[in-house]
Design a protein around this ligand. Sequence first.
Ligand code: PGA
Length: 249
Amino acid sequence: MSKKIYLYGNWKMNNTYSETEKFFEEFEGAYAPFKGDANLEVGIFAPFTSLWPLSQGAKKNGIVFGAQNVYYEPKGAFTGEISIPMLKEYDVTHIILGHSERRHIFGESDELIAKKVKAVLDAGIIPVFCYGETLEERETGNTFTVMERQVRAAIDGLTPAEVKKVIYAYEPVWAIGTGKTATPDQAEEVCGWSRKLIGQPEAVILYGGSVKGSNAKELLSMKDIDGALVGGASLKPGSFLEIYGAYKG
Ligand code: PGA
């Protein structure tokens, strides 16, 4: 039996409201060959301002969808932030948390991310929790120390059932948006190690970092890689779904 593949697209700060509507005009055709495939789960994560057309397009096509960040307090004096109840009104199913761009550009700490993970789980939404090392951390031999700190901070306060609900995305910072992909062996090494650290053999663990049609088959065929979190290649339906097409061969 072939494994289930999670193909998640992180649009980052791309695709306006009208561009999202346009995306879904094209999506239906590109998705048609795979629709109904029980071994594929497609998800898209859009900017807050595109959540309405995303929710409409996602529901129509039967895919999961969500936001790329959220604040953990339900409401109050937090200028510029978006709360979980606000996102719930859009029926989001998942929320990306701890993406390396949030960590490194916006200074999000392990502690803040852990609070977000817990609050999202409490609201019945699935966190897509990202973690990964920088090039410097890898080159100085600190890959596993850094990742252990990041992952433990997020899961230590959770029950085993909650730990299992989280979707994990290993994204080496040096491979994001750089065109440099981790080799399948490098990605598999970390995803396998993560599975042991998480302590849940059935945890869903994705790899992210320059995934595209041309490298998808090798990466997604690895035993401990359950899918991909895709940035650049997820912006167009063709290049996004081509990733699953390449895996299926
Ligand atoms: P990329 O981004 O596919 O453009 O490298 C991946 C991510 O940051 O989630």
